[in-house]
Design a protein around this ligand. Structure first.
Ligand code: BGC
Length: 396
């Protein structure tokens, strides 16, 4: 049995700016905009008829900074931070901003996007719910010359996605897989250990990447017998990830699933490690473990996570979650803010990946930010000292 103590993991990650700037490539926003205008015949972004009576949100080329931000849900802390953070940056520039949350309902998100277009948005920033269903509304956007930035989650199946800004999703999974590998000393043939893997929402394109990153590390140990999945819920390949996906990333669904697995497969045995792709699932998994008599610091399994949610950081401090892959949403907001400033100014938009994110129609020029692991003894130095969380948020 391995304790949940996660101290001493080697989690050093290079400061992201160096990596990002080093690999930076450039795409011409003006070219993209001109392309859209040529196709649609709508010269919205090149309007030169600003007048003194108009709000002060235009640059010298007359391009209006009118931005629609479509976020999936308020039920997860990170999206609130994402949306409000970006809104504040843009409003400080004098932009007009319409920020909407869609309660994880795609229909609602589509009508919000339609309203944004009708109300004159020139740029849409979209953290999609099910990106595959946005094709028609993005056609409307393209017809109006609107520039579309996929935020955090790629939008699949549409040519009308201009840029993608995200954390490196595959790396998130790699960090989780490597954490488990190191904590259990799997590379030195330790084992067997009982593993229960979970994956994210089947309609979220990111979930596939998170799982692939982790499973590329862990599957060889499942095949060697060092990791044993007693429930049998062990995808034979990365492509089968959705079979263990938790719809809408719901905490309660993850809890129910973990309770089922514990009561069906762990009556005589203990689970040693749970691969959880994010914090909302980890919270449900931890609740199930507590309800089944596992004791923090004694027989609590390794539990992974992602986001740095307050509730999960509290669990990390209480030895009920082993780590979180922290994605500083302020960095992502700042990156999208920079993209928008470039688009508005008619300048090149900086990207650092033009190969990874094929949405089925095109490879979307992307800016990938480096995520990093946080364990218990790094909560203060990484999450609190950076101002991401306040001490009182997590009982410190
Ligand atoms: C995001 C994660 C988040 C999850 C649930 C994913 O697309 O990248 O940060 O935990 O959605 O909202």
């Amino acid at each position: 049995m391995v304790s949940a103590q996660a101290v001493g993991a080697d989690t050093d990650v290079q400061p992201e700016e160096n990596d990002e700037e080093g690999n930076a490539q450039h795409m011409s926003a003006r070219k993209s905009v001109l392309g859209l205008v040529a196709v649609s015949g709508a010269a919205l972004l090149l309007s030169s008829c600003s007048t003194a009576a108009e709000p002060d949100n235009s640059d010298s080329t007359g391009t209006e900074c009118n931005v629609g931000i479509a976020m999936p849900t308020r039920s997860l802390e990170r999206w609130i931070n994402d949306g409000e953070g970006l809104q504040a940056l843009l409003e400080a520039d004098g932009c007009t901003v319409d920020l909407q949350y869609a309660d994880n309902k795609t229909d609602q998100q589509i009508s919000q996007l339609q309203n944004m277009i009708a109300n004159g948005a020139k740029i849409l920033v979209i953290a999609s719910i099910d990106g595959t269903l946005l094709g028609p509304v993005l056609e409307d956007a393209a017809a109006e010359g609107v520039v579309v930035i996929a935020y955090d989650r790629l939008i699949n199946g549409s040519p009308n996605v201009d840029y993608y800004a995200t954390f490196d999703n595959y790396s998130v999974g790699t960090l989780q897989g490597e954490f488990i590998e190191e904590q259990l000393d799997l590379a030195n043939d330790a084992g067997p250990f009982n593993l229960e893997p979970f994956a994210g929402s089947p309609d979220d394109n990111n979930a596939r990447y998170f799982f692939a990153g982790a499973w590329d590390v862990l599957l060889p140990y499942v095949q060697s017998g060092q990791l044993v999945v007693q429930s049998g819920k062990s995808p034979a390949s990365n492509d089968e990830w959705a079979s263990i996906g938790i719809l809408e990333w719901k905490t309660a669904t993850a809890q129910a699933e973990m309770e089922n697995r514990l009561s069906s497969f762990y009556t005589d045995d203990k689970v040693d490690v749970v691969l959880s792709p994010n914090d909302s699932l980890a919270q449900g998994i931890s609740a199930a473990l507590a309800g089944n008599g596992y004791t923090p610091g004694v027989d609590w399994p390794i539990v992974t996570g992602q986001d740095g949610d307050k509730a999960s950081v509290i669990n990390i401090l209480a030895d009920m979650q082993s780590m979180t892959v922290w994605k500083d949403t302020r960095t992502l907001g700042a990156r999208v803010h920079t993209m928008i400033q470039s688009i508005i100014a008619g300048e090149e938009v900086e990207v650092n990946d033009t190969t990874t994110y094929d949405n089925g129609v095109k490879v979307v020029p992307s800016f990938l930010i480096t995520p990093e692991v946080v364990v218990k003894d790094q909560v203060q130095s990484k999450l609190i000292d950076s101002g991401f969380l306040k001490p009182a948020d997590v009982g410190l």
